[in-house]
Design a protein around this ligand. Sequence first.
Ligand SMILES: Nc1ncnc2c1ncn2[C@@H]1O[C@H](COP(=O)(O)OP(=O)(O)OP(=O)(O)O)[C@@H](O)[C@H]1O
Length: 256
Amino acid sequence: MSHLILQAVDAHYANKKILQQIDLGPLAAGQLHVLLGANAAGKSTLLKRIYGELTGHGEIFWGAQSISKLKKEHPLFPRYVPQDTQMNSSMTVFEAILIPLKQSGAWQVSDADMRSIDQLMQQLAIAHLAARKIQHLSGGQRQLVAIAQALICQPKILLLDEPTSALDLHHQFELLRLLKQIAKAQQICILTILHDINLALNFADSLSVLHQGEIYASGTPQQVITPQMLADVYRVRAHLLHSHHQQAVVVVEAAL
Ligand SMILES: Nc1ncnc2c1ncn2[C@@H]1O[C@H](COP(=O)(O)OP(=O)(O)OP(=O)(O)O)[C@@H](O)[C@H]1O
């Protein structure tokens, strides 16, 4: 069985407890799972806990296998793309994507490696940047390269912290469409933090809302994104509109 499950997971910084008894999942492979929540709810902390940057009580499973204490080289070790990728290097985009691909294996670059990198750069619409130095990229371009660095390793579990935060509207939609497509094609379990409720409504296969260090609700976007949740968690008065394509849109009327 290919899915991610968290059982009674907690996390803290020094003596300050941030996450309490988090039960999450099963989050199936092949799907895009979205984590929502207000500022400081503990979303990044939860991804860091799954990734192993933080430790604590509770268990994290992939199917029946515990992945809490895996080494970085293990194929089930999650790939994590932080919110601020802090990439400022004189490497080219091509080299930056090649390095994680060759981290576990021979240094020789095969034709297959070249093809995989080319294909991924095409998919992410960054092929024209292949020879450009990372330090000469815009914030949004760096964000796409960081995602390419994670995807090239073909992880089973991919954790993304606000991957659309530096992207314009077109690139936000294109990236989420592509992530959904790649998740399905490569049977990856993608868990991503989003701040844009309407992107979450459009693209999430499943959604969880973190509120003050606890799971407030989990389910389909339609089950979870309600005026009550938006009031309780985001402290806004809002309603949902349905377009003639049956696409739902959240309209915020006022801060509460
Ligand atoms: N390294 C740290 N040391 C101490 N406290 C921290 C640390 N990192 C985060 N925190 C605290 O943990 C809480 C949760 O932070 P976290 O970054 O997980 O929130 P978040 O939901 O991702 O927020 P945002 O939407 O603003 O990015 C916050 O109160 C934050 O101040």
